[in-house]
Structure formats: C-alpha cells, structure tokens
Design a protein around this ligand. Structure first.
Ligand SMILES: O=C(O)CCC(=O)C(=O)O
Ligand SMILES: [Fe+2]
Length: 225
C-alpha cells in the first residue's frame, strides 16, 4: 500500500499530536456504518423520541461497522504509529464499542483534559508507550458544540517533557495523567468532523469529550494500536 498521507499531514501529527484524516473509506462505507449504528442501537434517526433511551447495543461485530477499518485506515495508523507505512501488526478490530454522545440541555463545555490508558488499576506504564496510536472515527457529522472531541495541540510534547523530567515519579500513565495540570498544555481546540473522518492522536496528547448541546447524537468508535 502506497503511503496515504502527505508530508504536511505527517508534520502536523508530529508537531500537534493529532491529525484529522478524511477519505480513508468511501462515503458509501461511512453511510452504511452510520445506518448500522442507528439499527444496532434500536433507534430511528428521524425520531428524536427514540434517542432518549438507546437500546442494548448489538451486535458489536456488524460487518457494516467493521468495514470502516480499510487497508488505507490501517496503513495510516501504521504510518503515524511507527513512522513508516508498515502495517503488518496493525490489524482491523473485530469488535467495536461505541463512544456516543447524546444531546443535552444547558451550555457547552469540554469535560477536561486527560490521557488515555491512565486508569490506576490497569497499571499501564509510561515507557515504553502504552499504545502506539489512538483513533476516533466519526460515524456522523460532528458540528461545533455537537459533542466533538477536544484536543490540546502540542500537549504531547509538554506531557513527554514532564514524564522525562522525573521518570520515577511518572512510571505509570495514571501518575502522569494525575499531574496534567502541571504541564503548560495551552488552550484546546474542538475537532469538527465529517462522517467517515478519523482523528489520530498520540499516547501523550491531552484530549477529552465535550457536552453535546446540538440536535443529533454523535456516533464514534475509539480504536487503538
Ligand atoms: O468522546 C470523545 O470525543 C472522547 C472520549 C475520550 O477521550 C475517551 O473516552 O477516552
Ligand atoms: Fe480519551
């Protein structure tokens, strides 16, 4: 598979710690994945009354959803995770759990920055990295204040510097995440996305979800390698 990303996109990922990529699957594949999400939640996209209590989510191995993880997708994950488009160990997921947000009343706000894999009981070490690259794939359009993911550009450099400044203090991701307030991570940006877009982010990139004060649920999957 030929490299999918431009040098400018790779540079953005290295500098900012995240990259939103379009076109990793056809519009048709993305549309079918969205339709599958509505169906698998037992919800009707045209009837907001059905959104209040999503049904039991099943199945989690729907081929229409798994089809999002194309060879282009895996190649880009490998390119950003390894620095080369060598995808032999970047396999498509077999099961998918949704990370959906539903419309709420009140004002918009991000949930507050965190690192992934930072649950104390899970004991993930800071080095070597707990994962190589994380992805959020959006199954419908994500408007501003519609439950978008929020990222802190360049925060992965600040968090890495913090970790290296005191490796024994920051042996685990839980300890590093706990001190996120000690790093000067700056201001966040909302990731506005279209259906089928995939956000790639680094293990040390501070990010979070945000309140969905829009009109539609936001559908997404998080997959890491
Ligand atoms: O929902 C989102 O956009 C982000 C969620 C997230 O960061 C997480 O679950 O770890
Ligand atoms: Fe997260």
């Amino acid at each position: 598979m030929a490299p999918f990303l431009s040098q400018a996109q790779i540079r953005q990922y290295i500098e900012q710690g995240y990259l939103l990529v379009s076109g990793l699957m056809s519009d048709d594949v993305a549309a079918r994945a969205e339709a599958a999400m509505w169906r698998n939640l037992g919800m009707d996209s045209g009837d907001p009354n059905t959104w209040a209590s999503p049904g039991e989510y099943a199945p989690d191995d729907d081929p229409a959803m798994l089809a999002l993880y194309t060879s282009e997708f895996l190649t880009v994950a490998a390119q950003l995770g390894e620095g080369v488009p060598e995808m032999s160990s970047y396999r498509a997921p077999r099961r998918l759990r949704p990370l959906n947000t539903y419309p709420q009343d009140g004002g918009w706000a991000p949930h507050g920055p965190h690192l992934d894999h930072a649950i104390k009981e899970h004991g993930h070490k800071t080095f070597p990295f707990a994962f190589r690259v994380a992805t959020m794939t959006y199954l419908n359009d994500v408007a501003s204040h519609g439950g978008a993911t929020v990222v802190w550009p360049g925060s992965h450099h600040r968090m890495e510097a913090l970790a290296y400044a005191d490796p024994s203090r920051y042996e685990t991701m839980w300890e590093l995440n706990r001190d996120i307030g000690k790093a000067d991570i700056g201001d966040p940006v909302e990731v506005i996305a279209a259906r089928g877009d995939a956000l790639f982010y680094h293990v040390f990139t501070a990010h979070c979800g945000s309140r969905n004060v829009g009109k539609k649920p936001r559908f997404a999957f998080n997959v890491k390698w």
